[in-house]
Design a protein around this ligand. Structure first.
Ligand SMILES: *Cc1c(COP(=O)(O)O)cnc(C)c1O
Length: 464
C-alpha cells in the first residue's frame, strides 16, 4: 500500500516561492481564486483515487494555476484568419475597417466630441446630422437616420409607418436572414399585418393592385439577399411597385439588405442595384446595412422622403435603437472615402478584398503550400487550387469571385478534416477555412500581404 499523496494547504502554497511570480503578475485575489479551483480539483481526484503524487508538488500546482490564470485572463474576442472564402462573413465580424476609420474611432473613444452639440450656435444638435448630409449626397435621398443594424431599421420603419395597418409583400420575398431575422416575424413585432401576394416564384403587378385596400399602410419590397429564385419566375420592378403605391397614395418601402452606394460593375464585380437607383426608381424609404457592401461599421441606415424619415425619427423605438458615437465616427470616416471614388478600391478594405485578382492569391498559394506541407507532414496532400469566393452577408448569393487558395486533403487514415480544423482553431490566431468534398479549403482572398507574416509564423506550432 502506498500512502495517498498529501495536498498542501492554500495558505502554505501562497507563501511558496513557486507561486510568487503568479501573485505578482495576476494579483493576489485572482491568483488565490485560481489556486482554490486547482486545489478543489486535486481533492476531487484524491477522493476518486486517481491522484498521482507528482501533481501535488508546489511547482506542479503552480503550473496548473498559471494555466488556469492564462485561460481566464485571455481575451475572448480575438483576431482570426478568415480563409472561408466569404468576405463579409457575419460570424467573423463582416466588414473590416480601413486605418482612417480606426483613427476616427480611436479619437471618438478618447476625446469629447460634438455628438449632439451644434457648433454653429452652441445649442443641442442631432447625432444623425453628423452623417446624413453625406448619405443624402451619395444616395440622392432627401433625409436619413441611423440605427443599430438593418434589422432594427426595418423594425423601426415598419413600426413608424405601418403599425396597425397592412403591409403588402410578395411571397417570393418573405426572407429569413441568418440569426432569426424573418420578415413575417419583424412585421408582427412592428404591429403590422403582413399581406402576402403572388406565389413563391411569380408575382405580378395585379397581385399588388388587388391587395391594396382601406387598411393598407404601405407596399414593401425585400431584397432576396441570400437566395435566388430561378427558372419560371417573375417579380415586379421597384419602379412599378412604387407607381402602384403612389397611385393609391401609399409609401413604398424597400429593405435593400446589403445596399451598395456605388455601382459594383465599375470594378468588374457582379452588378448589384445601388441605393441611389432604388431611390430614383421611386422608393419612398430604403433600409440597408452599414457593414455589408458599404464596408463600414454595424449600422442600419434608413433613407428616403423627408416627411417619412421625420415620422420614423419621432417614433419612441428610434431612441432605443440609436447608435453610439463609435458607430457614427466609423460611419462618417467610411463615407468620407466615398468622396474619392477613384481611390475607393485601394482604401476601402472590403472593396480592395473583393477586387483582389486571382493571380495575387495564386502567387500566395504557391508560396505557402510548401510551408504548410512542412508543418503538417506527409499525412496531408496540399495543393494550390483555383476556387470561388463569395461576397457574403447575403450580397449576390449566386455570383462568385474567381479566387485561389490551398486544398488540404488527408492522405493517411488517421488524418481527419474535422481534427485539422480543430488544430487550426487552437492556434494563437485561429485559422478558419471551409470543409468541402472531404478536404479543407483555405481561400487566400482575405489574407492580404501585410497579414501573411503573422500567418506563416505560427505554422511552426502545428508540428508534432
Ligand atoms: C442582412 C439583411 C438584413 C439584416 O441586416 P443586419 O444589418 O444584419 O441587421 C435585413 N434584410 C435583408 C434583406 C438583409 O440582407
Amino acid at each position: 500500500m502506498t500512502t495517498p499523496p498529501r495536498i498542501p494547504s492554500a495558505d502554505a502554497l501562497l507563501r511558496d516561492a513557486a507561486l510568487a511570480p503568479l501573485l505578482a503578475d495576476y494579483g493576489r485575489s485572482s491568483a488565490t481564486a485560481a489556486l482554490r479551483q486547482v486545489l478543489d480539483a486535486l481533492r476531487a481526484q484524491l477522493r476518486a483515487g486517481t491522484l498521482q503524487a507528482a501533481p501535488t508538488a508546489p511547482a506542479a500546482i503552480a503550473t496548473q494555476v498559471q494555466q488556469a490564470l492564462a485561460r481566464s485572463h485571455a481575451p475572448r474576442l480575438k483576431p482570426v484568419f478568415n480563409l472561408t472564402g466569404t468576405v463579409l462573413h457575419t460570424n467573423l465580424g463582416r466588414a473590416l475597417l480601413p486605418p482612417e476609420v480606426v483613427a476616427s474611432v480611436a479619437q471618438a473613444l478618447t476625446c469629447p466630441m460634438n455628438l449632439e452639440y451644434d457648433l454653429e450656435d452652441g445649442g443641442r444638435g442631432d447625432r444623425d446630422d453628423l452623417v446624413t448630409g453625406l448619405i443624402c449626397q451619395l444616395t440622392g435621398a432627401e433625409a436619413a437616420t441611423i440605427v443599430n443594424n438593418n434589422a432594427a431599421a426595418v423594425l423601426l420603419a415598419l413600426g413608424a409607418l405601418a403599425a396597425g395597418g397592412e403591409v403588402v409583400v410578395s411571397r417570393g420575398e418573405l426572407v429569413e436572414i441568418g440569426g432569426a431575422f424573418r420578415i413575417p416575424d419583424i412585421m408582427a413585432q412592428a404591429g403590422c399585418r403582413l399581406v402576402e401576394v403572388g406565389t413563391t416564384n411569380r408575382t405580378h403587378a395585379y397581385d399588388y393592385e388587388r391587395a391594396i385596400g382601406e387598411h393598407t399602410a404601405l407596399l414593401m419590397k425585400v431584397h432576396t439577399s441570400n437566395y435566388a429564385i430561378q427558372g419560371f419566375t417573375r417579380s415586379v420592378q421597384d419602379a412599378d411597385v412604387a407607381a402602384l403605391a403612389h397611385a393609391a397614395r401609399l409609401p413604398m418601402v424597400v429593405d435593400l439588405g446589403s445596399g451598395t452606394l456605388v455601382d459594383m460593375a465599375d470594378w468588374g464585380l457582379p452588378p448589384e442595384v445601388t441605393v441611389a437607383q432604388t431611390i430614383a426608381s421611386g422608393a419612398d424609404v430604403v433600409t440597408f446595412s452599414g457593414d455589408k457592401l458599404l464596408g463600414g461599421p454595424q449600422a442600419g441606415i434608413i433613407v428616403g422622403r423627408k416627411d417619412l424619415i421625420a415620422r420614423i425619427k419621432r417614433h419612441p423605438l428610434k431612441r432605443a435603437l440609436r447608435v453610439g458615437k463609435l458607430t457614427l465616427a466609423a460611419l462618417e470616416a467610411t463615407l468620407r472615402l466615398y468622396q474619392h471614388p477613384e481611390t475607393l478600391a485601394q482604401r476601402l478594405t472590403t472593396l480592395r478584398l473583393f477586387t483582389r485578382p486571382a493571380s495575387a492569391m495564386q502567387a500566395q498559394a504557391e508560396a505557402l503550400a510548401p510551408l504548410l506541407q512542412t508543418a503538417l507532414g506527409a499525412d496531408w496532400h496540399i495543393a494550390p487550387s483555383p476556387m470561388a469566393s463569395q461576397i457574403g452577408s447575403g450580397a449576390l448569393p449566386v455570383d462568385s469571385l474567381d479566387s485561389f487558395g490551398l486544398v488540404l486533403r488527408p492522405q493517411a487514415k488517421t488524418a481527419s478534416v474535422a481534427q485539422l480544423q480543430e488544430r487550426l482553431r487552437r492556434l494563437p490566431r485561429p485559422i478558419i477555412g471551409r470543409a468541402q468534398d472531404g478536404a479543407l479549403w483555405l481561400d487566400l482572398r482575405c489574407l492580404e500581404a501585410a497579414e501573411q507574416p503573422a500567418f506563416t509564423e505560427q505554422l511552426a506550432l502545428l508540428k508534432a
